[in-house]
Write a protein that binds this ligand. Sequence first.
Ligand code: SF4
Length: 328
Amino acid sequence: METIGVPRALAYYTYFPFWKTVLEGLGRELVVSGTTNKAILDQGVSEATNDLCVPIKIFFGHVVQLKGQVDKIFVPRLVNVNQGDTFCPKFLGLPDMVEYGMNGLPPLFAPRIDLCKKIRGWFDLAKMVAEALNCNMISVLKGFQQGKKAQAEYDSLLLGGYAPKEAMELMYTGQKGKASGAAKKPVGTIALLGYPYSLYDDFLNGNLLSKLKGLGVKVLTPEMAPPSDLYSQIRLLPKGLFWYFSNRVLGAGMYYLSEVNIDGIVHVSNFACGPDAMVNKLLELEAKKYTCPFLTISLDEHTGQAGIHTRLEAFVDMVRWRRQRACE
Ligand code: SF4
């Protein structure tokens, strides 16, 4: 059976259930790289060019981990999944960066995902998958139908407060953990905003989701905001951003500020990320309008867990103090 390696990075956290269903339905065995660790980060840093953002470097590290273990590696070219914004240029050029930047890799399975033209886009994608995997179109289109169902189930679990790992455990092993956002008697509610591959990669972000939960905070992420509400917020701006994940982060921030009684925003940004420079400033300005405390945590390959935790503790203390003062 042909094996396809899936790097546990970037779009993995968003679209894995769809692709798992499609590719396994087409008779492929998937091998997912392990969770990010120091070795993976170090390998990514040594393979990628220096000025790339750390999520891309981590992706390179996961590709290295799969090298020699699989027949193909899945490196999708994500262009567009709706009729508006596109993915950041790094996503658009990802298969090229990997193919021309790394040696000794097996062939890439790199479908171009551009769903801007809706049905036509899905048809073109099915054609690419059928050609790349030598399958017939009917079975690919059937696989897409099944994949969309799995994806809808996954998305609704994320919306209900499950982190990707918990949602996948629930879907694939039936183990029902507690939703991530849940905290018994929260000392406050914090919107934790950032791209999924930054928020849910525990090694990259120093386990900050668990840390916040441990501090007794109720955490809301962009995945827990209804997509329609999030885009309604973006339409209030004179102009939305060009990039898909950036609009989701900004829209979630605006939604939580205007519709939910949050006590603070923590924006997890990535050093050397062009889109994040704009998202961070816009979020800060929005937070200011509501006099909502705002903290930026910038990630790169040198970010230490201790530094992140100290800043989070100080931020949560301040949130707690503000709450107490408001009750007096
Ligand atoms: S949006 Fe930013 S962090 Fe994400 S891949 Fe692009 S440059 Fe990197």
